[in-house]
Design a protein around this ligand. Structure first.
Ligand SMILES: [Zn+2]
Length: 264
């Protein structure tokens, strides 16, 4: 028995060691990016840390736990996106139960309410994020392509997308005979109908939420977050989703002012 316990402890130690080694080697110090807004202080870092239920064990070993303000590390890059998703419509404080106005105003509160915890992992391949919901342990995992392939606006929109999953909404697209142009598992049936799964809500799905947030960012982001180039990116990214991520093509694209153009 004693031998068995020793063996089990040794296996556990090796498992933990291999996880830590993996985390340390998958994270290189890569490009830094400008911080958006003034979240780099203990008040805001602590607030975001607890609001999104970050844990040291998920963000140490190179992921940025030792310096949350360092935007060359995954944690700092996540904090930057969290600022954008919460304050893209202006830095005025709002209560966390404020769901008035457009998704640009309440999208941050939606991510706060729905995401159970945010974890950093190396990941495999190009997968950017994964959310587990349901009766089991709930979490949202963010992978290296989220941190370094996506820019800060993309990351903010991905948080909105993942929050929709955390609200028990799975994708219902890329099925049947009218597959979406991207032929991706991340497709929704249509812009207005995108959820499936046990206990799922009705209405717009994760890609629909993502496109809508980007649309509103194009139109209504403030001068701190919404530079011309970031707004142009949001417009193009919304249009990419409209054109490729719905089985039923909504046949719309948006202009820089947010106006709708018919595409088919
Ligand atoms: Zn998805």
């Amino acid at each position: 028995m004693k031998k068995l316990i020793t063996l089990l402890l040794a296996a556990l130690f090796i498992f933990q060691l291999s996880f830590k080694l993996q985390a340390a080697t998958c994270t290189a110090v890569m490009t830094t990016e400008a911080r958006i807004g003034s979240w780099c202080n203990s008040h805001w870092v602590n607030y975001f840390w607890h609001a999104y239920d970050f844990d040291e064990a998920d963000w140490d070993n190179g992921f940025g736990y030792s310096n949350a303000c360092d935007t060359s590390r995954p944690l700092g890059r996540s904090m930057n996106a969290i600022y954008v998703v919460n304050y893209a419509d202006g830095p005025a404080s709002k209560s966390t139960d404020d769901f008035t106005g457009s998704i640009l105003h309440w999208g941050g509160n939606y991510t706060l309410r729905e995401i159970d915890e945010l974890d950093a992992r190396c990941g495999v391949g190009t997968k950017r994020a994964y959310t587990q919901w349901g009766w089991q342990d709930n979490y949202t995992r963010l992978y290296l392509p989220f941190f370094y392939t996506e820019n800060v606006i993309e990351r903010a929109a991905t948080l909105v997308h993942e929050a929709r999953h955390a609200d028990w909404c799975g994708h219902n697209g890329n099925d049947g005979t009218n597959n979406c142009a991207a032929a991706s598992d991340s497709c929704d049936e249509s812009f207005d109908n995108g959820c499936s799964g046990i206990g799922s809500p009705g209405g717009r799905g994760a890609s629909g939420f993502q496109a809508l947030w980007l649309w509103w960012f194009t139109v209504g982001s403030d001068s701190i977050t919404g530079t011309l180039s970031r707004k142009a990116f949001a417009r193009d990214e919304a249009n990419r989703i409209f054109s490729t991520m719905f089985d039923v093509n909504p046949c719309i694209n948006i202009t820089s002012s947010g106006a709708v153009i018919s595409t088919c």
